[in-house]
Design a binder for this molecule. Structure first.
Ligand SMILES: NC(=O)c1ccc[n+]([C@@H]2O[C@H](COP(=O)([O-])OP(=O)(O)OC[C@H]3O[C@@H](n4cnc5c(N)ncnc54)[C@H](OP(=O)(O)O)[C@@H]3O)[C@@H](O)[C@H]2O)c1
Length: 221
């Protein structure tokens, strides 16, 4: 397990859709206290949370964003409805993907050569964004996790510019049941965006590391 100077106790999930609820349940299995929110008032999702994420507290976004670690699991076309002031200085995992065939074309991403996470990081300003959990299906997230040391344990990549935030996220990924692999700074998340071999498959730590090296070598050509 990796060391981190930031002990994560509470996890705040922004988005109670397919991915947000799967991460919430898996985080609770790993022993975290989970708060879940949407763009609506807490009372409007209380029943949904009771049924779909039993054990998690349905809260307003402001309260979810007060957790130690935030999961940003809203549809990417809604990223501008996030409130940057709530995520200032917070460690946040960007699980979102830009996938035009599914989402339709979004000008912010079509017109910008950067990765979707870099665009989101700029919008959020001072949040400590780490891209991860975007390249595993929401249903797989609860099925593929294994204890540390299990042979052929599935690995998940992470990319971000803040080393302490990455260490905290790596520890979280490990506790969810996956080998965390540091891909590098936030732009390195390009290697596991939709359409890449990493996005399209399931990989062990060795396989994922090799794919990231190949991707870095290609990017530097
Ligand atoms: N499907 C997968 O297997 C998978 C895997 C990894 C990553 N992803 C990515 O994860 C993202 C979310 O996908 P999804 O399938 O979970 O979406 P989804 O099922 O459509 O759920 C989105 C959730 O976000 C909430 N939301 C919208 N705006 C919000 C805001 N400003 N603050 C808090 N919550 C807000 C929505 O609730 P209200 O609209 O009621 O507020 C809804 O609960 C996408 O970018 C997707 O590409 C998907």
């Amino acid at each position: 397990m990796m060391n981190t100077d930031h002990a994560i106790g509470t996890v705040g999930v922004l988005g109670a859709g397919r991915v947000g609820t799967a991460v919430a349940r898996q985080a609770m299995r790993a022993g975290y206290e989970v708060k879940i929110a949407t763009g609506k008032p807490a009372a409007e999702i209380a029943l949904l949370a009771e049924i779909v994420t039993p054990g998690a507290s349905a809260v307003d976004a402001i309260d979810a964003a007060a957790a130690d670690l935030i999961i940003v699991a809203v549809p990417l076309h809604k990223y501008r409805t996030l409130r940057p002031e709530l995520l200032k200085d917070k460690i946040a995992i960007d699980v979102m993907n830009y996938w035009a065939p599914i989402d339709g074309e979004i000008d912010d991403f079509e017109a910008d050569p950067r990765t979707s996470s870099e665009v989101v990081q700029e919008f959020l300003g001072r949040s400590r964004l780490v891209k991860s959990l975007n390249h595993i299906g929401y249903h797989e997230l609860e099925e593929d996790g294994r204890p540390p040391g299990t042979p052929d344990r599935r690995a998940l990549a992470l990319a971000g510019d803040d080393p302490a935030a990455k260490a905290a996220v790596a520890d979280f990924i490990d506790r969810l049941g996956y080998d965390p692999i540091d891909a590098g700074p936030l732009p390195a998340g390009r290697a596991f965006q939709p359409g890449t071999p990493i996005f399209n498959g399931s990989h062990t730590a060795d396989e994922l590391t090799a794919l990231l090296e190949t991707s870095n070598a290609t990017a530097s050509l």
